[in-house]
Design a protein around this ligand. Structure first.
Ligand code: NI
Length: 169
């Protein structure tokens, strides 16, 4: 397994729309293992998306289980994910491995339902809320070339320089 290089803003590759995964093979599972390793190497990272390492495929990994008080499903490998239902909204602070120097306040749906494939091609469905739902929405944005910076209502009031540089998702 390898720790991959994480692209950082304003790398133009972070702005591109990723393609669906079509082959669920050993090469894909090898990439998932590398991405898991890369996420684990990022300080306090709770998620990562394939485009962040320059691979334009619709694949994200989310794991909020390391965060106290963040109920979740453990480590999720979500391939070709689609959100099928939304409910409520909330403002919360987000960071990103690709935007290491800032955090920002972003409005997200509070509860979501989603469908995806796992790394073996099987269908998976989840209902989630709160922090885990937020992280999934953040990671799925990467698949459409969006960063949390693109979701700020106001850069002046919702963007914050990090003092503890390095946390992210
Ligand atoms: Ni991110």
């Amino acid at each position: 397994m390898t720790v991959l290089e994480v692209l950082t803003y304003p790398d133009a590759r972070l702005k591109r729309v990723a393609d669906p995964v079509e082959r669920f093979d050993a090469a894909l599972r090898g990439f998932v293992a590398d991405l898991v390793r890369t996420m684990a190497a990022g300080p306090a990272a709770v998620g990562i998306a394939a485009p962040q390492v320059g691979r334009l495929q619709r694949l994200v990994i989310v794991d909020v289980s390391t965060r106290p008080r963040a109920a979740g499903h453990g480590r999720l490998v979500l391939i070709n994910p689609e959100i099928t239902a939304w409910e409520g909204h909330a403002v919360g602070r987000e960071g990103c491995l690709s935007v290491p120097d800032y955090t920002g306040n972003v409005i997200r749906a509070e509860c979501i339902r989603l469908s995806a494939r796992d790394e073996h091609g099987g269908s998976v469905d989840y209902e989630m809320e709160g922090f885990e739902a937020r992280v999934v929405q953040h990671e799925m944005d990467h698949l459409d070339g969006l960063l949390f910076l693109d979701r700020l209502v106001s850069r002046r009031s919702d963007l914050f320089a990090r003092r503890d540089r390095g946390k992210g998702s």
